[in-house]
Design a binder for this molecule. Structure first.
Ligand SMILES: C[S@@+](CC[C@H](N)C(=O)[O-])C[C@H]1O[C@@H](n2cnc3c(N)ncnc32)[C@H](O)[C@@H]1O
Length: 284
């Protein structure tokens, strides 16, 4: 899943995501499996048609857009973009693996999109906007590049209360003073985790016909070690907070987190941890 620790300064920085790209590429199978319902839903919300130009913002290693690429053939083009070049390297490799050739790759900052006015038919953004320093600017930029009546589909995590996969590791670190509490309205995984705030921000950016829904997900692992190791690999802030500690403290952190996750652990040791994301579609 997305990053869990609310070190917002680093989550909003380009360097953070450049450094996170290896872990995301390493665990892409795991990530793809449990996020598939969200990608599917976003792409369905866009009502895609052959020949359209689709922009994916903050694409990471690119999965959601690749699903869209198949649905705009013949003649359609996907622009797969992210601010982190290392994320796009993972996306290029994945596109090649899938044999997708109606895709262009572009390093783009969603808060200042280097594309002409009214140049795309659809925009996709899964778990990107809430990490941006100025979400309003990114939404206004999105609307600027959309053609009239173009559509945006986005996903943003629901509140932390609905996402124990992030809440519990964050709580263990916070209790030890290893993370700074997040600013309620600052950038971070849960910054848009209030559907009314999301609706208002979309409307303020000029979008109409806004529909917002929630999707429940389950993060499954064969055992606690799998959860812990993947978390270390995909979350740079969790990794740095944990791995900067002496061996004995790391052992304690593991034990505390395992205890907190006991309620999601089956008798055979496997984990099924709930998560919930908001999904929204809006017309430009
Ligand atoms: C949580 S990951 C999500 C990746 C992908 N959309 C997915 O769902 O798997 C967040 C992504 O947002 C990108 N990002 C963060 N701020 C950005 C910005 N201002 N403009 C473009 N991309 C940004 C990061 O580089 C990272 O790839």
């Amino acid at each position: 899943m997305s990053d869990s620790n609310e070190d917002n300064g680093s989550l909003a920085s380009a360097e953070y995501w450049e450094a996170a790209a290896n872990g995301w590429a390493l665990h892409q199978e795991f990530f793809r499996r449990f996020t598939a319902p969200v990608s599917e839903r976003l792409v369905n919300m866009l009502a895609l048609e052959p020949g359209q130009r689709v922009l994916e913002l903050a694409a990471g290693i690119g999965d959601t857009g690749f699903l869209a690429a198949a649905r705009i053939l013949p003649g359609g083009v996907l622009v797969c973009s992210d601010r982190a070049e290392s994320m796009l390297s993972g996306a290029r490799a994945r596109a090649q693996e899938l044999g997708i050739d109606n895709v262009e790759f572009s390093v783009l900052d969603a808060e200042w999109i280097d594309l002409p006015v009214a140049s795309v038919d659809r925009v996709l953004c899964r778990w990107g906007y809430m990490l941006m320093t100025d979400i309003g600017a990114a939404l206004r930029e999105t609307r600027r590049v959309l053609r009239p009546d173009g559509k945006l589909a986005l996903a943003a995590w629901d509140s932390l209360a609905h996402n124990p996969w992030a809440r519990e590791p964050g709580a263990v670190l916070a209790e030890r003073g290893l993370t700074s509490p997040s600013a309620a309205d600052g950038p971070g995984p849960f910054a848009l985790g209030d559907s009314e705030r999301l609706r208002t921000m979309l409307a303020d950016a000029g979008f109409g016909e806004i529909e917002i829904d929630a999707i429940d997900l389950v993060e499954s692992h064969s055992d606690f070690d799998s959860f812990f190791d993947i978390r270390l690999d995909i979350s740079r802030s969790f990794h740095d907070a944990v791995m900067s500690q002496p061996e004995a403290v790391i052992t304690e952190i593991r034990a505390e987190l395992q205890d907190r996750l006991a309620q999601y652990t089956a008798a055979d040791g496997s984990l099924a941890i709930p998560g919930r994301t908001l999904v929204a579609v809006a017309t430009a």
